[in-house]
Design a protein. Structure first.
Length: 400
């Protein structure tokens, strides 16, 4: 009897790689010094932070260690980037551009900016979840100081055309920020190639620990600190550094520099196997988002007549989600699905399956068997749902 859970929710969080845990453990036990202390243990901790900073610098393709600031995660990094940069350069009435499908941490921060007198434009996306760079360009004004576009969406996996957007902004004195939390684990990433000035990442999205992240700040870009009271992180982020977490983030970054391409190809192959098997068994299901410009491990799937919350509850040995973990417990449909044209019924019929480094072929086949069995039988935790089997598959189906 199968007793373990098949985990297909890697976009919510990834399991901690045991190699990362091994790198962290000494800094949780023997080498517990404060990196700001002058004695031996403090120097050991400071050296470990320096190594981790170099590892993150290499992963992002940054030119200087000083361009890497450690934070508590991408949510804090997003806040520091948007509020810190706009506080440094904006005046009331200045302008920020973002998209309608950004992570809630970006959208909520933009709401805060509007309360401070900054005008924010949320550019709509196309039905496949990609933003047209021409829309970004049309949204710009002489007062625009910053554009924030995520590299890849956390629900439908769509990868955005950052290079094209950067080309539009180049020479205009407008900063480009990207939330790279979802993309950094599987997509080739270089701050210079993409043309970004600010980039946010999280440890727990790349097989590292929770509660730690980083913000890339291009040399010369000014930001105002949001947490003050100490001189840590060049005075831009006060507070005693989370040395074990930073070491874990650094080592997770180091592992990615050596195996990201292999991880991405393997994950993509498994994702395609999952997609094709479901296409055969559930021909009326449809994939959301752009299949070409997409995270290799993401499969956002709408199954007409199915309630995703009930289905998830009916499958306790299968870890999947209905969308972003940030939406858990909310009754309103996902803002991402709404932005690509979904009504409430379609949004409630949508699942997100996300694969990762430790996903196996056996996991794929088990997940397909569980999903197909539950959907065909109409089995849920609360009430039956219908699954219609008309002959014609709708547009956007995963039938091949």
């Amino acid at each position: 009897m199968r007793t373990t859970v098949t985990y297909l929710d890697n976009q919510a969080t990834t399991p901690l790689d045991r190699r990362v845990l091994g790198a962290m453990l000494p800094y949780l036990t023997e080498m517990y010094g404060n990196p700001s202390s002058p004695h031996k243990q403090g120097r050991q901790a400071a050296e470990a932070v320096c190594v981790a900073r170099q590892q993150v610098q290499t992963l992002l393709g940054a030119r200087r260690q000083s361009e890497i600031l450690f934070t508590a995660g991408a949510t804090e990094s997003n806040h520091l980037a948007l509020v810190g940069a706009t506080t440094a350069v904006c005046q009331p009435g200045d302008h920020v551009v973002t998209t309608a499908i950004e992570h809630k941490s970006v959208l909520a921060t933009c709401d805060r900016l509007t309360r401070g007198g900054v005008t924010v434009t949320r550019v709509p996306v196309e039905p496949d979840g990609r933003v047209d760079p021409a829309r970004i360009e049309r949204a710009l004004t002489p007062r625009t100081s910053l554009v924030s576009v995520m590299h890849a969406n956390n629900e439908i996996g769509t990868v955005q055309p950052l290079e094209e957007i950067a080309n539009i902004l180049r020479g205009r004195g407008i900063l480009l920020h990207t939330d790279a939390a979802q993309s950094i684990g599987t997509l080739r990433f270089s701050v210079d190639r993409l043309g970004v000035d600010l980039a946010s990442i999280s440890g727990h999205k790349i097989y590292g620990p929770k509660g730690v992240g980083a913000l890339y700040v291009r040399h010369g870009v000014q930001i105002e600190p949001q947490v003050e009271g100490g001189g840590q992180e060049r005075g831009l982020r006060a507070g005693t550094l989370n040395v074990p977490g930073i070491v874990g983030l650094g080592y997770a970054a180091h592992l990615l520099t050596t195996q990201r391409a292999q991880d991405a190809q393997r994950i993509f192959d498994l994702r395609e196997r999952l997609r094709l098997l479901l296409a055969r068994e559930l021909p009326h299901a449809r994939v959301n988002g752009n299949l070409e410009h997409r995270l290799p491990g993401n499969l956002s799937l709408t199954i007409p007549g199915m309630d995703s919350s009930d289905l998830i509850a009916a499958l306790p040995d299968l870890a999947i989600s209905s969308g972003s973990a940030c939406h858990t417990g909310q009754t309103e449909p996902s803002h991402v699905l709404t932005a690509i044209g979904f009504n409430r019924t379609d949004a409630r019929s949508t699942l997100r399956l996300s694969l990762g480094r430790f996903t196996t072929p056996q996991d794929i086949h088990h997940a397909v068997a569980c999903l197909v069995s539950a959907i065909r039988s109409g089995r849920t935790s609360q009430s039956p749902f219908s699954y219609h089997t008309d002959d014609a598959a709708p547009a956007g189906s995963i039938r091949t």
